[in-house]
Write a protein that binds this ligand. Sequence first.
Ligand code: 5GP
Length: 225
Amino acid sequence: MFTIGPTEDAASGRAARPGDTAGVSSNPPRDTRVPVFVITGTSGAGKGTLERALLTRLPELELAVSATTRERRPGEVDGREYHFLSDAEFDARLDSEEFLEWVEFPWGQRSGTLRSEIDRISEAGRVPLLDLEPDGAIRVKRRVPNSVTIFVSAPTFAENERRLRARATESEGEIDERLDLARKQLEQADSFDYEVVNDDLERAVEEISAVVHGRLADAGTMSEP
Ligand code: 5GP
């Protein structure tokens, strides 16, 4: 059973703010030898493409499906890319302390990691992979024993912007907000265990695979390649 213990924020007793987890669990701790991998980085760094390649290469990994209040994009399936929730449903899950972490973006959407997703993946004997923006990744790093955080960046900010615009799933206004946020997120790169520049997809996947293989071998869950 995967359990997150009391958080420093919960222990401090101050009121919850966006991005805080709400509760304190009294369940016994999970097997901390098994790592939880977190891919983070700027919006537009190409995390999604990298992750798809990584999941093909490393079948022991499974992507945790976050909950979100944002609109479903064409081609997205409820329960596959995200659990798409209304604001009221998200609030209800917050009240029942179902989130390991969550965040509210400047443009209003909220997204969060459900503890149940980590439990489901761990209990199936697989290794959770999370895709989080940097604030959420920092919270997981603090709260989850043996988490491994990997910050992915585009080779230049101009390339980051080009990728974000090419994706064109947001309105121009929202892209500008995402670019402002991406600038701030880049300053957080040093907070993570590894930084990978996504200039060449194959090489970036190779670098992350080496990290994953190494950490799983240390945990005794697989042999080195
Ligand atoms: P998008 O809305 O484009 O799917 O994702 C926007 C950002 O939200 C991405 O950087 C992604 O990593 C982040 N994100 C997705 N799910 C979660 C979550 O559960 N928690 C946090 N903190 N960030 C998330």
